[in-house]
Write a new protein. Sequence first.
Length: 376
Amino acid sequence: MKFELQETAPLSKARAGKIETAHGLIDTPIFMPVGTIGSVKGIHFQDVKEDIKAQIILGNTYHLYLRPGTEIIESAGGLHKFIGWDKPILTDSGGFQVFSLGDIRKLSEEGARFQSHIDGSRHLFTPENVIDVQRSIGADIIMAFDECTPGDADYDYARKSLEMTQRWLGRCVSRFNETQPKYGYSQSFFPIVQGCVYSDLRIKAAEHVTTFDSDGYAIGGLSVGEKEEDMYKMIEVVNSVLPENKPRYLMGVGTPVNILEGIDRGIDMFDCVMPTRNGRNGMLFTRNGIINIKNNKWRDDFSPLDPDGTSFVDHQYSKAYLRHLFQAKEMLGPQIGSIHNLAFYLWLVGEARQQILSGTFKSWKEKMVKQIGKRL
RNA sequence: GGGGAGAUACCAAAGCGGCCAACUGGGGCAGACUGUAAAUCUGCUGGCGUACGCCUUCGUAGGUUCGAAUCCUGCUCUCCCCA
């Protein structure tokens, strides 16, 4: 994998770049739709690619390991072939599930013991076998196995948690280096910076990951309950340490405003369930603000869903019709909501990239932040 | 014509002397959602008030009772069975 830094915006840390993977190029900054279980929920891959213009999607080690299982994915010839997506894929390691599964898991130095949320069966994830599973899945970018420290963790917990994540990282790297890709193309490995909201821990964590000279670096453990200002501060702190010539991935973030603020602070890659989950639940992000399409006020608004939108759904369907679909619980409603939101997210990062390249990012961003957070 | 059952809030449906402004569904209104255990979850849904509360409600008109959606009587309407 290669990363080319093309431009940095004036008065900002925002960067435009290009990532070259075995499955194609990725323009950065980029947003990656989440396709946890091998599907961007509710959306045909054709639309993900051609309408939404996604350049890379996510999969999840935890979910794919439990179902369909690595055997099936290997038999299919890897995840790309299994799901019919020929562009890049990034897999998350399962670290976040270890965090979000709460009381059906137990952490130890060895790894994470957990029960399947599907059938209750017991499993063990270790830094080593998580790398193995990701080799089997065959994602272009695979993630370290970490502990996603909760946003409200105290210093002592955060420090110990970080130290374990660091030891796990060493084991991940070893396993990564001693194994080979299974499908004839190379895979990249990204370590994850933890450290909760504590600057000194974040700096240590960032310095630690850079000792491994990876193809890129991720910032995890943000937007997990901490204050938004803390998140922005941690991004600044970490990015002041991470090397300029490698992509930086802010995991799990966020709202459209979060993404612009992240770009402004030098983040290149984002993923989040928000556009799909909220879209399924009737919340639409637009460049003019946020629409809750279920609200009564839209019942007789026959104007296009989003006159400024880039997706076909924005022009093909009216607000009143989409509201009707949600009222009637028609599955077309969540599908349209998801497509719209993802298309908006991809437009947002694509436009940010153009603004960076033309040197106008900062003023554009300030204007956008005011608009896109409004409630319509 | 005879016999029986019933009328509860937007709808359906519990309640059958005080703990009832009234269970529960649905519908409606609003909110939440950030590396997806989520096409999910939460709240509100007689009126006024932030709240303690106050006011008006259980077909309708009376009555019994300290107290009635709940008991009694008349009336109106609905449904079922037999002729």
